[in-house]
Design a protein around this ligand. Structure first.
Ligand code: NDP
Length: 240
């Protein structure tokens, strides 16, 4: 049992019904925060307030914020975690597969953070944590759409930092490597073995290991950290 040692905040985790988002929500609850979770289906861990919302639809995000504000108060910490992959070699990737991934992973984060920024300015406080990927800066064969969407989050976080830094808002990026979730379970076993060989730690990560970095960025201790990219990847992306 973790001992809470930070100011309790209202936290929103997008894509919190499973995988990394679920683990982040669990960790935030353990730290004593009020936690809302959105996803297209299902619900978050016990103790969270779950709202069905699609990050590709601005009206659905607006409605989710309104429901969260009524239940838990204005959102102070946003974890933009919802994400998808549609892997394909460049020559065979359709424009739709490219724009769909950008729409959820990047424009989805824009919709959520834009909506949250209203309250941030009023509160003169806000924390944005983007869940990017090692692939954003490392690249990935068959992942032109995904790596572009994830790399862009770095520019996003740094622009928010420059725009809202003086208003008590920080924006950071967590870049996980290969984490055991539904997303990586879809990869062929051969490819999984290849990736494992390339990871200095010699293993995949756990969602809880990503959650610890995220909850630290939301804590009082991380108030002077903004525009940073924090890898949680067992050393895979070193030097990026
Ligand atoms: P999962 O595939 O397990 O979960 C994806 C989550 O995103 C689900 O909660 C899903 O909700 C939600 N989501 C997807 N599309 C939408 C949408 N349009 N609107 C709202 N919610 C949506 O993924 P992971 O937990 O593995 O990944 C979470 C994040 O971490 C992603 O951004 C991913 O890119 C990133 N990441 C993952 C890594 C890994 O190794 N697993 C490595 C690096 C980064 P629903 O179930 O309702 O569809």
């Amino acid at each position: 049992m973790t001992t809470p040692s930070t100011t309790p905040r209202t936290v929103l985790v997008t894509g919190g019904n499973r995988g990394i988002g679920y683990a982040i929500a669990e960790e935030m609850i353990a730290q004593g925060h009020r936690v809302a979770v959105t996803a297209r289906s299902g619900s978050g861990p016990e103790g969270s307030f779950s709202v069905v919302a699609d990050v590709s639809d601005a009206a659905s995000i607006d409605a989710a914020f309104t429901a969260i504000e009524a239940e838990l108060g204005p959102v102070e910490v946003v974890v933009a975690n919802a994400g998808i992959t549609k892997d394909m070699l460049l020559m065979r990737m359709s424009e739709e597969d490219f724009t769909d991934v950008i729409d959820v992973n990047l424009t989805g984060a824009f919709r959520v953070v834009k909506r949250a920024s209203k309250a941030f300015l009023k509160q003169r406080f806000g924390r944005v944590i983007f869940i990017s990927s090692v692939v954003g800066l490392y690249g990935g064969a068959g992942q032109v759409n995904y790596s572009s969407s994830k790399a862009a989050l770095v520019g996003f976080a740094r622009s928010v930092t420059r725009e809202l830094g003086a208003r008590g808002v920080t924006a950071n990026v967590v870049a996980p490597g290969f984490i055991e979730t539904d997303m990586t379970a879809e990869l062929p076993e051969e490819q999984q073995a290849e990736y494992r060989k390339a990871i200095p730690a010699g293993r995949y990560g756990q969602a809880s290991e990503v959650a610890k970095a995220v909850s630290w960025l939301a804590s009082d201790d991380a108030g002077y950290i903004s525009g940073a990219v924090i890898p949680v990847d067992g050393g895979l992306g070193m030097g990026h």
